[in-house]
Write a protein that binds this ligand. Structure first.
Ligand code: NOS
Ligand code: ZN
Length: 383
């Protein structure tokens, strides 16, 4: 059996990192399947377009195809995961396994997002999609508990930015807010699809006192971030990595400085533009996904990824997986890479974990309880 899931990674997660409690705010349900599950679901549901028929080959295909340097090509790989997630049983299984894999990775709290509108090919209703995924999440939590691991998962409902269903999906998120749906998101190709196309959905959510994040500043730069925050009112930014376009180093625009240097700048030489200052002053959470950004070309390497500079500048940075299948990653791996390649310490990891918990879309008292009862004691035990 060649099944590869995040409980048996092919790389070495640092043993201390493995034991650390983790919080994950940015992970796509349809980007986190086990390769063996994709194969089995394809067989069961009659999906015959998979590019490989062995789990190892299929895992490699996803990673290599996602390594294109372009977000648009990266996103093409999702046809094959979404393709096998069109029945209630398939959705439930994928959701259940993701929760279990995250629990085994040390995740104590996760917000997992998916786009209900992508799962309607076989006549499911939007409600049936949400309910199947929710059932899977609850089953996953229960299975994790049986293994002695405590995890809580809530859902974020995503609308695709090129489509026209955002208002409907926003209403769906509000309708399920008492059933562990904690917020809303927009995703998909960024260039050409500004968040203001979905203003109606965001204004509706604001009127309903609901929470939302927006993928912004990943494949497109500052205007996308500016719109997401000041026009749309996003609570958090998905990625937001391009906020560094608004920094200068010794008077030189950061992108230009970075192109000429093989290292990160000294924070004392960095100045913030108005938008970057706003993001930092307002403590806007940045859901950063290092490996994913290297694959889509938003960053040259983990060592040079702006997440380290933004951490040192005390932006409200969080560490996330984005898509464990496409990036062949896990929370443990992202954190290990930051320690190994970018000089991060356990104190940094504790800080971003608390940042993430503070920025979650669940109630304040519940966030505080997780910080005081799980994260702080978990890190204290490591030393
Ligand atoms: O990093 C990303 N940027 C933008 N869109 C993404 C990213 N990862 C996944 N999706 C898109 O979100 C949909 C719902 O989960 C996925 O099907 C994919 O098209
Ligand atoms: Zn994403």
């Amino acid at each position: 059996m060649t099944s590869r899931d995040s409980s048996s990674p092919a790389y070495d997660v640092d043993p201390q990192v493995a034991r650390a409690p983790k919080v994950l705010l940015h992970e796509h349900l349809d980007g986190g399947l086990r390769p063996a599950t994709v194969l089995e679901l394809a067989r069961e549901t009659g999906y015959d377009a998979l590019p490989a028929d062995d789990a190892t080959d299929l895992g490699r295909w996803f990673r290599e195809s996602a390594d294109s340097g372009s977000l648009v090509r990266y996103l093409e790989t999702f046809a094959h995961t979404v393709g096998v997630m069109q029945t209630p049983d398939a959705l439930r299984r994928v959701a259940r396994e993701e929760v279990l894999d995250l629990a085994r990775d040390g995740v104590a709290y996760a917000e997992i997002r998916y786009a209900p509108e992508l799962h309607l090919e076989r006549d499911l209703t939007l409600e049936e999609v949400v309910e199947a995924v929710n059932e899977g999440f609850r089953e996953g939590e229960a299975l994790a508990r049986e293994e002695g691991r405590r995890i809580r998962v809530t859902a974020l409902l995503t609308a695709m930015r090129h489509a026209a269903m955002s208002r409907e999906i926003a209403e769906l998120a509000v309708r399920y807010r008492e059933q562990e749906v904690s917020g809303f998101d927009i995703a998909g190709a960024e260039a050409g699809y500004p968040p203001t196309r979905h203003l109606d959905a965001f204004q509706y959510l604001a009127r309903e006192n609901a929470h939302f994040t927006i993928h912004a500043g990943e494949a497109f730069g500052l205007p996308s971030i500016q719109e997401a925050l000041t026009w749309c009112g996003a609570d958090r930014l998905g990625h937001g990595v391009r906020i560094v376009d608004d920094l200068t180093v010794d008077g030189i625009a950061y992108p230009q400085w970075a192109a000429e240097h093989d290292q990160l700048p000294d924070v004392r030489d960095v100045r913030l533009g108005l938008l970057a200052a706003y993001v930092r002053d307002k403590r806007v959470p940045l859901e950063m996904c290092p490996s994913s950004n290297v694959q889509t070309g938003a960053s040259a390497s983990i060592a040079l990824h702006p997440i380290t500079l933004l951490k040192d500048l005390r932006f409200r940075v969080t560490v996330n997986t984005d898509n464990r299948l496409m990036s062949d990653t896990s929370m443990g791996k992202e954190m290990t890479l930051l320690v190994r390649d970018a000089g991060w310490t356990m104190t940094d990891l504790r800080w971003v974990t608390i940042n993430a918990m503070k920025s979650a879309f669940i109630a304040f008292d519940q966030r505080l309880a997780l910080i005081d009862e799980v994260i702080k004691p978990g890190y204290a035990e490591l030393t």
